[in-house]
Design a protein around this ligand. Structure first.
Ligand code: IVH
Length: 696
């Protein structure tokens, strides 16, 4: 490669890897598979080695990705929290062993352990009590998640004395006054499946894998919610001053004696053959584990040797990770169902010969859409590869053509809705087929009714069976019909008694108190999940403002992009939907947000303000602060904009436009001074535009 080309490729790789790191650590929504990431990283490493003149200390090869979130307090790590060098190839494990032997001779052993696929945690115990829990952060400082970690049931708040110990006996290993123990917080498959099922029901994006679910859950702001997420912890690395152990294995055994969760799935190996045996054993057996593992970690067991080998800026030289390729299973495709969802999307779902995968038996798998079926050239009767992805049902990733029989048949994606027979329409952008018969397709109607009553929406005690009964008897056709139901009508349903009818009506009565944001979510507007509904409700304050909003106005809301704005706009353009809203209003549901926040000042009266970037508070809170001081928020900069309030990582386009139009740009600090002083000194009337402004 030419030097100039190498330079361009290096820049390109760094950018891709930095963004991938951000998606992985901050958004908990990876864009690259581990394998793809590792391969790009290796390419970058090789290029930087070949062209050391292009080396840069901030290259992704030089430090671990950062998971720092501004909502948490940060503390420095006493010992840097590093990552592990990794490989997918046993010959590189051999190379690791050779390097170690060269450094420390050949009288050492290896501790081979499972590589838990979660998020790293560092626990400090002081005098036997859990003192602090930090995430890895950027390796130097971590986020303080102690409050959340206290809700993880297998992490002891207080270490316990080994069984059989009496106060007069000698403890095998007293715990040091202070020590750190590092490990992984992970989400077992069962908790992960449960969580994603709930998220899908609520039209929230499911987590891509248990690791992202674990790190997302560990960083929840409301620590009580953490307790419901089913997180667990395993610990694998003890650190401290003058620890009384000579091997890593002894340290882990002691930790286990003190009540700390340490995996027993580890083995001391003496040769590369034994390591390979351990790897091969777990590459198969991991499918039966109740949690995700993505490889094996091989560590030099003797602590003085670990010290001798030391660390690079990113990894210990005394350990390496061997990573497994994504777990797959091969099985036969029996048939394909075409399912209609409550939004009308028709999804092909494969029925498979049951097969074991990642701890569960898989019988069904997603095929996504017609394009994917075509790309895979999938035939009924084929042998197909299934992988567990983010969705609750696994996905089909390939077809084993070498096993294709003569009797396979080509599936045909239906042209008509399998439920109501309406001609399907294809959304090219999403490559999905939709049944457009929103108001007449039974599955869509019932789906919307079930969603409306669901726990996170109107929270009415009723199951799918009730909705089926009501719909089949033509008592309920749309969500507003629920509020016309009477006890007499309900008693006409099979199996209903006075008590069940009263309970149902009482629950409907209670639902009239449900807040506006949840009512908006309950309407079942495509792409409007719980979070979006909350932002939209807060932004507009009442349903009339939303129903009359233009697409541009909808785009001003946080979390609302083109697709969501279009969907909300379309929804309220339908006369039938406006009708439903007005009937629900009459029924007494809440269509107004809680009282507007207190007016703090009129300092921003008459000012139109555009915000961009991140602030010390959420963007919604910032917008509320502007409104509370009399200002008006706007999404785009024009000649009428009073100023651009630019936070960290403000959009370059917005900054450029503001400059071009001569619109002032102010920082959060300046803004706070402006409204802060306004609140304190009522005589301060200097115009905002005339103030000293800074560009950053
Ligand atoms: S030892 C100095 N042991 O994998 C680093 N790490 O991809 C010592 N991990 O950062 C780490 N299981 O978060 C170690 N048994 C295990 C592990 C393990 C999972 C994680 C850890 C590490 C990452 C590297």
């Amino acid at each position: 490669m030419e030097k100039a080309q190498a330079y361009i490729r290096i820049q390109e790789l760094r950018e891709v890897l930095r963004e991938a790191n951000r998606q992985y650590y901050v958004e908990n929504s990876p864009t690259l598979s581990d394998y793809e990431f590792d391969m790009l990283l290796k390419e970058l490493e090789a290029l930087e080695k070949e062209y050391p003149e292009f080396m840069s200390p901030d290259s992704p090869t030089q430090h671990v990705g950062s998971d720092i979130k501004k909502e948490f307090e940060q503390f420095p790590h006493r010992y840097p929290m590093l990552s592990l060098g990794n490989t997918y190839d046993i010959s590189e494990v051999q190379a690791f062993a050779d390097r170690a032997t060269k450094g420390i001779g050949n009288s050492f052993t290896y501790s081979c352990e499972l590589k838990f696929d979660g998020t790293a945690i560092c626990l400090t115990y002081r005098n036997g009590r859990l003192f602090r829990a930090l995430t890895r952060g950027d390796g130097t400082v971590g986020d303080d998640v102690t409050r959340n970690v206290r809700h993880i049931s297998n992490i002891p708040q207080q270490l316990s004395v080994p069984q059989g110990f009496t106060p007069t006996a000698q403890r095998p290993h007293p715990w040091p006054d202070e020590f750190e123990i590092r490990g992984e917080i992970y989400m077992p498959w069962s908790a992960f499946d449960r969580l994603n099922e709930e998220r899908l029901k609520d039209e929230e994006q499911p987590f891509a894998n248990p690791r992202n679910a674990a790190s997302g859950s560990l960083k929840l702001i409301d620590s009580r919610q953490v307790a419901n997420r089913g997180l667990e912890c395993t610990l694998y690395h003890m650190l401290g001053e003058n620890l009384p152990f000579t091997t890593h294995d002894q340290a882990l055994k002691a930790a286990s004696d003190w009540g700390l969760p340490v995996s027993d799935k580890r083995r001391i190996c003496r040769s590369i053959e034994e390591i390979e045996e351990f790897i091969n054993h777990w590459d198969t057996e991991r499918k039966n584990l109740p949690y995700a593992t993505d490889g094996i970690v091989i560590k030099v067991n003797e602590l003085p040797y670990q010290e001798e080998l030391g660390y690079t800026s990113k990894f210990p030289r005394w350990a390496v990770a061997y990573k497994f390729k994504a777990e797959q299973a091969l099985t036969k495709l029996i048939s394909i169902d075409y399912q209609v969802g409550r939004t009308g999307a028709v999804t092909p779902v494969a029925n498979l010969e049951p097969v074991q995968l990642s701890g569960t038996i898989v019988k069904r798998a997603s095929l996504h859409n017609a394009d994917q079926m075509e790309q895979l050239d999938i035939h009924i009767g084929d042998y197909v590869y299934v992988e567990k992805g983010g969705e609750i049902i696994p996905k089909i990733t390939g077809v084993e053509l070498s096993q294709r029989g003569a009797d396979v048949t080509l599936p045909h994606f239906p042209a008509f809705c399998p439920d109501c027979g309406t001609a399907l329409i294809k959304d090219e952008e999403e490559a999905k087929s939709f049944c457009p018969n929103q108001t007449g397709c039974p599955t869509q109607i019932k789906g919307r009714l079930v969603h409306f009553l669901s726990r996170k929406a109107m929270n009415v005690i009723a199951g799918d069976a009730t909705v089926d009964q009501l719909f089949n008897k033509a008592l309920v056709w749309n969500v507003a019909d629920f509020y016309d139901l009477t006890k007499e009508l309900l008693l006409t349903l099979e199996g209903w008694k006075e008590r069940s009818a009263e309970r149902f009506l009482k629950s409907l009565q209670e639902s009239r108190k449900v807040g506006f944001d949840r009512v908006l979510f309950a309407l079942g507007i495509r792409y409007v999940g719980e979070t979006t509904a909350r932002s939209v409700a807060r932004h507009f304050g009442n349903i009339d403002a939303i129903m009359n909003a233009t697409k541009e106005e909808l785009l001003n809301v946080d979390d609302v992009g083109e697709v969501i704005a279009e969907s909300i706009f379309e929804f309220f353009s339908e006369e039938a939907n406006r009708d439903i809203v007005s009937r629900l209003k009459e029924a007494g549901l809440r269509f107004e947000a809680d009282a507007a926040p207190e007016q703090l000042s009129a300092e921003l009266e008459g000012k139109t303000i555009v915000i961009s970037g991140n602030f010390s508070i959420s963007r919604d809170e910032m917008k509320a602060l502007i409104a509370a001081n009399g200002g008006k928020n706007s999404g785009s900069i024009s000649g009428k904009t009073s100023f651009l309030l630019a936070g960290e990582k403000a959009g370059p386009e917005k900054l450029k436009k503001a400059e071009a139009l001569g619109v002032s740009i102010i920082s959060e600090e300046e803004f706070r001074q402006m409204i802060g002083s306004a609140a304190e000194q009522e005589h301060m009337t200097e115009p905002v535009d005339g103030e000293q402004l800074s560009l950053f």
